[in-house]
Write a protein that binds this ligand. Structure first.
Ligand SMILES: CC(C)(COP(=O)(O)OP(=O)(O)OC[C@H]1O[C@@H](n2cnc3c(N)ncnc32)[C@H](O)[C@@H]1OP(=O)(O)O)[C@@H](O)C(=O)NCCC(=O)NCCS
Length: 216
């Protein structure tokens, strides 16, 4: 297929899924005898204030691991969800549901149309200790779904050198480091953010961005 038509098809496909009803796109999974589901978050979800508050709580809980720290609120989460999740042409976010409980989310972002790879994104365990191992399994099931439905050939991701839990998880799944970028922490009016350290920066480096790729 023509590369441009292929790109258009993929992006239209993502948008169509995100404009659908919440619950329509779900991946049914089984892990260690536990049934669970990955449900695609769709545009209508920003009207669900309880869900937006839950995402805010998880974002706050794990703020240390994110690139920027700032006061988190449901309003900001709604804006992020509208503009950066639903509004981003190549981003999908699935919530993980075990019985009646949402326990975290996993996503796909930044489709690379030249080599048909995509990043795994927003991998978050919101609720501790529920079905250990389920986050890794969710990522694996989502990657399989992406291969089957959108022809994604391989996956990449970005994490940080001090995030031991994430590195352990990705290492077990077969991701290998392909690049790292030194960072420095910069205070901002709202809190702070990690930015790329310039070449002349000569303080000890506390955190690197680590880029990984799934070994085939
Ligand atoms: C990174 C993160 C998602 C990992 O979550 P998690 O709960 O460790 O992931 P899993 O559910 O797959 O569980 C794996 C853990 O359960 C253990 N486990 C127990 N029983 C298991 C089983 N049957 N199968 C697999 N793992 C099992 C594993 O050994 C592992 O523990 P370890 O980290 O001590 O080695 C979580 O720490 C998190 O949300 N961090 C904050 C956000 C973040 O940094 N995200 C990543 C950004 S790149």
């Amino acid at each position: 297929m023509e590369p441009l038509i292929f790109k258009k098809n993929i992006l239209n496909g993502f948008q169509e899924l995100k404009n659908g009803k919440f619950g329509e796109v779900r991946i049914s999974c089984l892990f260690n005898g536990q049934k669970y589901q990955l449900i695609l978050l769709t545009a209508e979800c920003f009207n669900d204030i309880k869900l937006m508050e839950l995402l805010s709580r998880w974002r706050k809980k794990h703020e240390f691991w994110f690139q920027a720290q700032f006061p988190i609120s449901a309003e900001r989460t709604i804006a992020w969800f509208k503009n950066k999740v639903i509004g981003a042409p190549d981003r999908l976010l699935f919530i993980i549901k075990v019985d009646d409980l949402y326990i975290g989310h996993v996503g796909l972002f930044r489709f690379n149309f030249e080599n048909l790879t995509c990043e795994i994104d927003n991998i978050v365990r919101g609720e501790d200790n529920v079905v250990p191992g389920i986050i890794g399994d969710s990522v694996a099931k989502m990657m399989e779904w992406g291969k089957n439905n959108f022809g994604i050939k391989n996956y990449t991701l970005q994490t940080t050198s001090d995030n031991d839990k994430a590195l352990r998880l990705y290492d077990k799944m077969g991701f290998v480091e392909i690049k790292r970028i030194p960072l420095l922490y910069q205070k901002t009016e709202e809190g702070g953010q990690w930015i790329e350290a310039p070449a002349e920066y000569n303080e000890p480096i506390k955190r690197y961005d680590v880029y990984m790729e799934l070994k085939k």
